[in-house]
Write a protein that binds this ligand. Sequence first.
Ligand code: GDP
Length: 203
Amino acid sequence: MIRVADATFVTTATRPEQYPREPLPEVAFVGRSNVGKSSMINTLLGRKKLVRVSNTPGRTRTLNFFDATLESRSGRQRVVRLCDLPGYGFAKVSKDERAAWQEMIDRYLTERKQLKVVVCIVDAEIGPTPDDAQMIEFLEQAPPRILVVATKLDRISKSQRKPALAAIVEQLGLPPSAVLGFSATEKIGVTEVWQGVLEGVDG
Ligand code: GDP
């Protein structure tokens, strides 16, 4: 069991000089807009609205940092910093704006030294889209570990969940342990995702 003893918003950044300076291990969350990223982070943190669940896809245009104080069963506490990245694949933005986001995201993902794990969120029902596959391919060239989390698992009938996850593993060509199932609405996979994240952080 991993308990979130505390969760707080730290800051917003677009440029490296605005990134928080404390040398905490970081975990980034990426996914296409509307995939369920805000809901996942809120669920992992056990908070309803720390990260805004937006009805307008593509509105988060900055990197948003949160600190989570995690407590293990033994009572040991540690702080992990989460970075919520803007969702990709949102059509209604200008070319210039998209290029600026891309640069901001690429820079953070490739240059941030304390970034240990990137959680790549895909839709369990839809599977990885070409944008998702491109993001994962890009991340395979970068130092952080990749953890793929297939969310909205509640939308798939129980008997189809394992095959759906196996299909995602296959499509992405990743080891089976690199893909986990999740649901924010049914709180499936919370412990598993934290465990995967901490393994990556300690790895
Ligand atoms: P984001 O744009 O990636 O941050 O996505 P949001 O967290 O705002 O969620 C997008 C939509 O998907 C919202 O309508 C959520 O209520 C819904 N949603 C998010 N997570 C889940 C989930 O685990 N199961 C189901 N059924 N719906 C979800």
